[in-house]
Design a protein around this ligand. Structure first.
Ligand SMILES: [Zn+2]
Length: 417
């Protein structure tokens, strides 16, 4: 069977035919170069306006990277025609396998982008003997296409979150769709300012924002401001994940301070290696941590008292009605304010001042899934870790949208992977 027959089966171009195929030895290894020829009396099209125009001359042969095969880099080689267009003047013709200026064919870009969801970009580049830059551009193309063609009509609930994407507290603002069955990342912006969130919401467009009935966020002031301003019609909920996050820091502080105090006063270092015993939910502890925790709970330690207060607070989420949840909240914060555990009192004060938004959680029940923001947050961390060493926020944004955006792809007659 001829290589041209296979190519015609997987990727046939109207008005063009496959010519000679040759194997070339390049420095990086062997490459299969397949010539492409314009059909006789096939008229070229102007790349400026897309209309047919008379041929003017031919440029030197150019290589377009095609989907690799058998460990070979594959190129389509073609001498592009220039056309003399009545509207645009002398321009290069339009070709169906790519956008002309791009060295990668469209099929190759989708091929690389698909792999870039499964492997790190450098792995994809190494595996298919292309450059990191090509993979980056392939992903950029896939994301741009997906964003332009996605459907935002059914978005009813948004989750707003922030994530540190590199060392040194550099943040990204993330907006998720947490309403229906499909949970996806909708928008990403640098930093976590009012402008970051505003640019995310503006990117979604006014129509999509108007359809939002619930919005979940943490207590970050700039977000609260923008939500009030742009999503005024939606019920604003402070979700469980973000509320419980506040306790982690308080527990750490109390524990660290107590470890120091015990040491100073010459006590046994009972709290050593106990951080995760207190931080994790009891059901997520390992067997060893469970034993350690039950030991520690026998001591009258400040850390233990703070821990028990947090565990008690978890009961809040089991309430069915906002009124009863409110009663519990007031009783609990009152207790904490008498506890002399300063970091916990700080949490209680924050909770008190956001009381209405926390109670909205009970009004939104059923419309948003409780674990959605947390689940997506974990996935974001996985992606950032896999592609550790993002070179720029632009790269981080692309990688996140590509992996978590559930972006659509064009329908193709042949799937290369
Ligand atoms: Zn033209």
């Amino acid at each position: 069977m001829r290589i041209q027959t296979i190519l015609n089966r997987v990727e046939k171009f109207k008005s063009f035919v496959y010519g000679q195929a040759r194997l070339e030895e390049h420095d990086a290894g062997p490459a299969l170069v397949v010539q492409v020829l314009a059909r006789k009396n096939g008229r070229p099209f102007c790349s400026g306006c897309g209309r047919p125009a008379p041929a003017y001359d031919r440029l030197d042969e150019r290589h377009f990277e095609f989907v690799p095969l058998w460990g070979l880099v594959v190129y389509l080689a073609y001498r592009m025609r220039r056309v003399d267009c009545r509207r645009c003047g002398v321009t290069v013709e339009m070709v169906p396998w790519g956008d002309g200026k791009n060295q990668l064919t469209t099929s190759d870009r989708w091929f690389l982008a698909t792999w870039a969801r499964r492997l790190s970009w450098s792995e994809v580049a190494a595996l298919f003997r292309t450059s990191w830059d090509s993979v980056f551009r392939a992903v950029g193309h896939a994301v741009a296409w997906g964003l332009a063609h996605r459907d935002l009509s059914g978005v009813t609930a948004l989750g707003i979150d922030e994530v540190a994407w590199s060392r040194g507290h550099r943040y990204l603002t993330l907006v998720y769709d947490i309403g229906g069955g499909t949970r996806r990342l909708l928008a990403v912006a640098e930093e976590r300012t009012e402008a970051s969130l505003r640019s995310c919401l503006e990117g979604l467009g006014e129509t999509a924002c108007k359809g939002v009935r619930y919005v979940c966020s943490d207590m970050w002031k700039p977000y609260l401001n923008v939500i009030a301003e742009h999503l005024g019609q939606a019920v604003h909920v402070l979700d469980r994940f973000h509320v419980m996050q506040k306790f982690g820091k308080a527990l750490d502080e109390i524990r660290a301070e107590e470890v120091k105090r015990l040491k100073r006063d010459g006590y046994e270092p009972v709290l050593k290696r106990s951080r995760w015993c207190f931080r994790k939910r009891p059901e997520h502890l390992t067997e060893k941590q469970t034993v350690k925790l039950s030991e520690l709970l026998k001591y009258n330690l400040r850390t233990v008292r703070a821990y028990l207060l947090r565990e008690d607070f978890q009961r809040l989420w089991e309430y069915k009605s906002a009124a009863w949840a409110g009663k519990f909240l007031d009783e609990w914060t009152g207790r904490v304010m008498r506890s002399r555990l300063e970091p916990m009192k700080k949490v209680a004060r924050t909770i008190r001042s956001h009381r209405p938004l926390i109670l909205n959680w009970f009004r939104a029940r059923g419309a948003i899934s409780s674990g959605a923001v947390e689940g997506l947050n974990n996935k974001v961390k996985l992606v950032t870790r896999k592609s550790y060493g993002f070179r720029s926020p632009q790269v981080a944004k692309l990688a996140l949208l590509h992996n978590l955006g559930r972006l659509p792809e064009p329908k193709r007659t042949h799937r290369f992977c």
